[in-house]
Design a protein around this ligand. Structure first.
Ligand code: NAD
Ligand code: DAU
Length: 332
């Protein structure tokens, strides 16, 4: 039994991880989350009270972070500003949380000798051409495109430097696009599902040819737990489940799974600097640590996700109008 501190545990992937850990291990979990617009305390409702503690606070608060590290056996760091479109509109919070916040955690890990796992993204590698058979590996050079991905790249480099210079016991994972329950309606898949529920036509940026490599959030959680248990200190692991799909195909699938004509969507203004394609080669994680994804059927996973949004309108409804008003103001 261990005590895990999970930053950003009220967000999409962090909350999925907390549910996964409480279901599959006997660890105690403390969540540290600021509850920004992206955090939702309700995503952690119903967890066993004797194994779960929630602390509302900022990862940039060095005093609070120090106190929480002193009680933790290991830290899993999910907290971040995570949305590319917001980073194009207002980059500053991305610098604060993604860079200074990660620095604050690294300094605490250094003082306490705490094991740290840093959650990152495949976007640090930039993008691939649509017709390029290559996929990202742990050796692909960093080449981030957006304020979001550049601050994530910066945070990864801080982790590497603290491992090498100060002996911090850290690992890093870079995962592809996640889908599943508890994802904010600003993101692509939940935005389109909730649009259809509300009678709004789905919105596709540009041509819709851009490719993302989809993985279910629960498979991301099992991979992170595997790295925490068996990963080599100082190592980076790419997490992916061979789920490449172009955006147009995903929108058409959502529409047909929801009983609508597959072409009932609109093309809208493209994202500035829009990355073309992400694709992950997760050979290291699979061969060295023996991890395998469980959700191999994207259509079945998407269908279950649609059901979750239909069944949990009270979770997403309070944020929907504000998100759509923001996108409309940007022509998206
Ligand atoms: P999210 O936006 O849904 O959640 C982020 C959480 O962090 C929220 O609960 C928010 O309240 C919290 N937070 C933000 N700033 C904070 C601060 N200063 N102090 C404490 N808490 C703070 O994000 P997500 O999609 O769940 O992503 C989680 C992590 O996974 C991020 O590091 C992201 O870069 C990474 N990631 C995401 C994806 C994806 O597809 N969503 C893929 C790969 C990696
Ligand atoms: O690759 C991992 C990354 O995946 C994570 O690091 C990010 O935190 C996460 O947000 C996600 O980034 P993307 O920018 O790929 O995700 P998003 O859901 O914003 O968009 C997915 C694709 O869909 C992208 O090509 C843009 C497009 N899109 C998005 C929205 C919101 C649309 O076509 N229409 C939309 O309405």
């Amino acid at each position: 039994m261990a005590h895990l501190l999970v930053t950003g545990g009220a967000g999409f992937i962090g909350s999925n991880f907390v549910h996964h850990v409480l279901e599959h291990t006997d660890h105690h979990v403390t969540v540290l989350d600021k509850l920004t617009y992206a955090g939702n305390r309700a995503s952690l409702d119903g967890l066993a009270e004797d194994r779960f503690t929630f602390v509302q606070g900022d990862i940039c608060d060095a005093g609070l972070v120090d106190e929480l590290f002193s009680a933790a056996d290991a830290v899993v760091h999910y907290a971040a500003e995570s949305h590319n479109d917001n980073s194009l509109h207002d980059p500053r919070p991305f610098l604060d949380t993604n860079i200074i916040g990660t620095y604050t955690l690294l300094e605490a890990a250094r003082r306490h000798g705490t094991r740290l796992h840093h959650i990152s993204t495949d976007e640090v590698y930039g993008d691939l051409e649509l017709d390029d058979p290559a996929r990202f590996t742990e050796d692909t050079p960093y080449n981030p495109s957006s304020p979001y991905s550049s601050t994530k790249a910066g945070s990864d480099l801080l982790v590497r430097a603290w491992v090498r210079s100060f002996g911090v016991r850290a690992t890093i994972s870079n995962c592809s696009n996640n889908y599943g329950p508890f994802q904010h309606v600003e993101k692509f898949i939940p935005r389109q599902i909730t649009n259809v529920i509300r009678g709004i036509r789905p919105k596709l940026y540009g041509t819709g040819e851009n490719v993302r490599d989809w993985i279910h959030a629960d498979d991301h959680s099992s991979a992170v737990l595997t790295i925490l248990e068996r990963g080599e200190i100082g190592q980076t692991y790419l997490i992916g489940a061979d789920g490449e799909k172009d955006n147009k195909t995903v929108v058409e699938l959502i529409l047909s799974l929801m009983g609508q004509p597959a072409d009932a969507y609109d093309h809208v203004t493209d994202r500035a600097g829009h990355d073309l394609r992400y694709a992950i080669d997760s050979t290291r994680l699979r061969t060295e640590l023996g991890w395998q994804p469980r959700y191999r059927d994207f259509e079945a996973g998407l269908s279950a996700t649609i059901d979750w949004y239909r069944d949990n309108e009270s979770w997403w409804a309070p944020t929907k109008d504000g998100v759509e008003a923001f996108y409309t103001s940007k022509g998206q």
